[in-house]
Ligand binder design. Sequence first.
Ligand code: SPD
Length: 431
Amino acid sequence: MKSLGRHILVEFHGCNADILNDVPLIEHDMIEAATRSGATIISSVFHHFSPFGVSGVVVIQESHLAIHTWPEYRYAAVDLFTCGDSVNPWVSYESLKAAFQAEHGSAVEMNRGQPELLQKVDIDPSDHLGETKDGATEQLATPKYSRSVWFTDRDENIALSIRHKGDRVFQEKSPYQLVEIFDTFKYGKMLTVDKMVMCSEKDETAYHEMIIHVPMLVNPAVKNVLVIGGGDGGSVREILRHPQVESVTMVEIDEVVVRASKEFLPSLSSALSHPKLDLIIADGIEYLKQAADESFDLIVIDSSDPVGPAKGLFSASFYKDVYRVLTPNGVMSAQSESPRFNQDAFVALTHCLQDIFGPEDVHTYLAFIQTYPTGMWSFSYCTKGSIHPVESLDTDKSTQFAEAHQLQYYNAAIHQAAFCLPTFIKTMLQA
Ligand code: SPD
């Protein structure tokens, strides 16, 4: 016996950056590399770190393979640790080098557990496991492969991870962003863009019911609605529950989001072919610049986070156009990020809206969206005609509406309570 195990510390440089940021693909490549080397897979755990990087480990009967990637440097650090003679870790090395399209690979091999430094003691397994050949022992001895693959939405300090089934349902890089759908264990299918959660089948109702019914139930005269973003269709579905609505115009920049949602998220996208809907694939910022004054009663900003194509949806010039395009009693609702996870964006947007609509006509409200980092999400209700979002609420009507449509999150009490802000948020906004 030369040693208990062989440990190869691997550096891969000049890899394909997209591959190094792709958690299901890396898990697949690592398992493939382990299998090719003759190993028996027991379990795997993989995490994605937003925006960049994957960490993971494949536990094999003969020890483990581990990885951490830095896509921004096209670099991966890999550990290949094997015990016994039945597995050749260099086969895994070659397999991964090819899979990551590495321009350069280097490795050092260490012998772990050198015999001259070890002292063997006799251990009787039955002392630890009870009767040796009983069912439980058999079960322990038989490896059973289990996967644990996680999607993580995070910044440098906060993360929210959701376990999914390991394979992607949909992936396409559009001209604007990476659009993906994962099948999660607890939240159904989940849409992400650029590795940030947009919505899941299980908890999207909280977001869409709150961004739509809060403004609509205090403004029953709303007839013409404009949605900027919202390509998954959840907002349009909720708007069209209100029979007085005559037309909905939705301007979504990315047709890939619409196509993916139509195919894989039918419960969200069901209204995207409704006759009252005019679905325009275009830049919402440009659309609003050209839109006629006072042409919409309600404008909904159902954007993604303020990075990539949605960045301009958090600017003063955009909201000045929103204000101009609203009818005299018009109202706007916008997703305004998490007060904790995106504190700067939340505060900056709220102040920007206060400058445009006036401080008295901007009302922040909250909802609990379980699949968004921190869970606490904010919306802004802004009114041109000073219709108050709580004082103007007809609670009986809103209760009837919520019951008739079997809403999952919205009810009259939630509507009122959503505008009660914790002190730390009030303080944040006063600063
Ligand atoms: N971090 C998540 C913010 C996403 C807000 N928009 C989601 C789109 C749902 N229609």
